[in-house]
Design a binder for this molecule. Sequence first.
Ligand SMILES: *Cc1c(COP(=O)(O)O)cnc(C)c1O
Length: 452
Amino acid sequence: MAKLRYERPVIKKLNTNFTNKYGTKTEYSPVTHIEGVAVKDLISKYGSPLFVISETHIRNTYKNALRAFRTRYPKVQFAWSYKTNYINAVCNVFHQEGSWGEVVSGFEYRKALNNGVPPDKIIFNGPDKTDEDLIAAITNGSRIHIDHLDELYRIIELTDELKMRPKVAIRVNMNTGIYPMWDRFGFNYENGQAWEAIIKILASDRMDLVGLHCHIGTFMLSSNAYAVAASKLADLALGIKIKFNKNIQYLDMGGGFASTNTLHGSFLPGKDTSPTFDEYAEAISTAILQSGFPPNELPLLILETGRALIDEAGYLLGSVISNKRLSDGRRATIMDFGVNILFTAFWYSHKISPAQEFSHYTEDSVIYGPLCMNIDVIRESCTLPPMKRGDHVVVHTVGAYNMTQWMQFIAMRPSVVMIDTKGEVHQIRDKETLEYLEQKEMMPQYLKKFTL
Ligand SMILES: *Cc1c(COP(=O)(O)O)cnc(C)c1O
């Protein structure tokens, strides 16, 4: 029998609501493998910390989302939101599944083109499209979703120069009963701005108004908000049909579906509170189907779902650096990954599982990252067994936004691997090095020398 790990006895204040005097039960069981690959092998080969993405999980989630919509509405198209995770290997899994690309900046646009997405299957969103971006999008025939009037006027000018008819949509913001309203993007529905933009586009006769777009928020826990938004977009489309006898090809409902993460302060886990794809699909498709389109003129339904498609497929592996007691007696565990690579720790209580067997004793702990910054807190409170320096953990549901919002602050970005559907591991991004970091720096001649 293996020797049991020594656990130093501690005297601990008991709270009356604790389940029993031996402490609380850990929420989790050990997670020693991901898709059949041992966590310790992954870390010894690629280092710690390490992001791991499950291709199988992405494909299954995508298929489930597509099924939820296709069974309820005849014409559905997903467009992968690049900013949610733009590692090219991840994007290409979505493109292989049939997703178009949805981008919000010039470099994302070029990434999608370089990945081989046909230009007319790229949706260009966002408030900041430079002249260079607009010219490329117009010449390539990509779909430009106009955010504000200045952009509309600039496109009109450019069409004169380029002698081309761009494919455009407008982004519409509206009251869906969810506050604060995201009214800084696009044209407002209630105050008539959206209709004004539509009239200006049609009157200019310089571009084809092919769609109407909205993106009402992110991590939306109400599927009903989407029903309201879909009805309002449908209302605009039907208004265009009645007044101008033009058919709008598509309604793009944006992203924003909640993933299964647990928001800070939520009593129930995210798995219990987030609507399913079926619930979102039911709300959206019912609203469009009931809005009054003749069945043969139903618009294509586009979805730019980001986080709900990728969050669960991502894991962050890490290692324990140290344990300490805080002045109030609480246990603190310092990990080798911080908020610099786990940005979402500010919003979510990420589930953390030890990656090795553990005893039944557990204790409420604060989980810190390695940064020399007070804000570097991964979990304020997490029930975990004692772990020693070098032990590993698995952080769950980290696939969305962390691999795009990460920063090399104090520590550099780690490697990312993808486990394919056969269980083979592929490295899809290398960990950063000092050489990589300094590539873009320049040293003026007079600063090259000093004496101390
Ligand atoms: C960020 C974004 C998305 C994706 O949002 P999720 O909340 O990740 O689903 C989709 N469309 C637009 C316009 C966005 O800005």
